[in-house]
Design a protein around this ligand. Structure first.
Ligand SMILES: [Ca+2]
Length: 156
């Protein structure tokens, strides 16, 4: 009789631990990046055929978003792919709540947009990992994708 009463208690305890496990990935996501500076949307597969034209190269881009409450100076921050290709920011202040887009091709830097200046694509269409590295060399944020992401990834 005692055993029959104990069984529902075990089930209840199991259900509780399952709900705790289900909650943990969400809390891990909120602390994934430090200081509010993080990778946002990434258009890793340029729409249309990869013909290496400058407009196609510039249709491949990474957004970096500042969700902190203060302006961040990006000078010395690096954006890296899996191969080791690296874009290093010059002096650029990203305001609180603002986004800066780093396009792969050539162009004139302006507010909200930086140009890597490459003559070939950087982000692999099948799978790759973007890394945002601090001037100190430590990792600020990273985001990876696979073919299943269909050309576009939301890393927020
Ligand atoms: Ca690409």
């Amino acid at each position: 009789m005692r055993i029959r009463i104990a069984a529902p208690a075990v089930l209840a305890a199991t259900a509780l631990s399952v709900s705790l496990l289900a909650a943990s990935p969400a809390s891990a996501a909120t602390v994934r990046h430090q200081g509010g500076l993080h990778l946002g949307y990434i258009q890793y597969d340029s729409p249309g055929r990869d013909n290496r034209s400058n407009s196609s190269l510039n249709a491949e881009w990474v957004n970096i978003h500042n969700s902190s409450r203060s302006t961040v100076q990006l000078k010395g921050y690096k954006l890296k792919d899996n191969t080791g290709y690296t874009y290093t920011f010059g002096s650029y202040k990203i305001g609180a709540g603002k986004t800066v887009k780093v396009r792969t091709g050539k162009g004139r830097d302006a507010s909200g947009v930086r140009y890597w200046g490459r003559g070939s694509y950087v982000w692999n269409n099948t799978s790759d990992k973007a890394r945002l590295v601090k001037p100190s060399g430590s990792l600020q944020d990273s985001c990876s994708w696979t073919r299943a992401d269909r050309g576009y990834k939301n890393c927020h």
